[in-house]
Design a protein around this ligand. Sequence first.
Ligand SMILES: [Zn+2]
Length: 203
Amino acid sequence: MHGGPKVVALTFDDGPSPIDTPHVLDILREHGVTATFFMIGMNVKRYPDTVRQVVEAGHQVGNHTWSHPDLGTLSRAGVRREIERTSDIIATTCGERPALFRAPGGHFTRNSYAVCADLGLRSICWNVDPEDWSNPGAAAITSRVLSTTRTSSIVLNHDGCLTDTLITAPGGPGDRSQTVDALRVYLPKLLAAGYRFTVPDRS
Ligand SMILES: [Zn+2]
């Protein structure tokens, strides 16, 4: 590891969720931390007020496609529709076009890189994955984040999911309360260990 500043990035995918995203925002506000939220276009359309809460709190909104498909199954035109429609609704909802893109499942493709180059989007992956989406328990998420985060890490979390019926089902696959509970524990520990938080470069 190099000896530079201990700077890392927190990212939250698949939201926004009107249930879990506000809890994430509360914790980030409490600790003065800024993060990036890679949002699903369909969820931006459903929950515009939550999108605006994220932006007004000073966080960055990224593009995570309209309907969270495997981009490898789509033509270039199909990939472009997924990405462009999402940038459009983010722009009309919060007044600024996103600069960052993350492919569902991290499955970036030749087509996604070409479309992103055309639309001026920078592709951002991750290198710390606690697999919080599988609901392994807040303690497991916490220990995975704390044991694998290093300088320059990009940490993957999930604050929502594609289907709103799942979002509202306690204990269901869209219930992100474990992610929220883990964040509440590991964020102050990372800060105490000297880490500082940033958002990925926009260019
Ligand atoms: Zn995703």
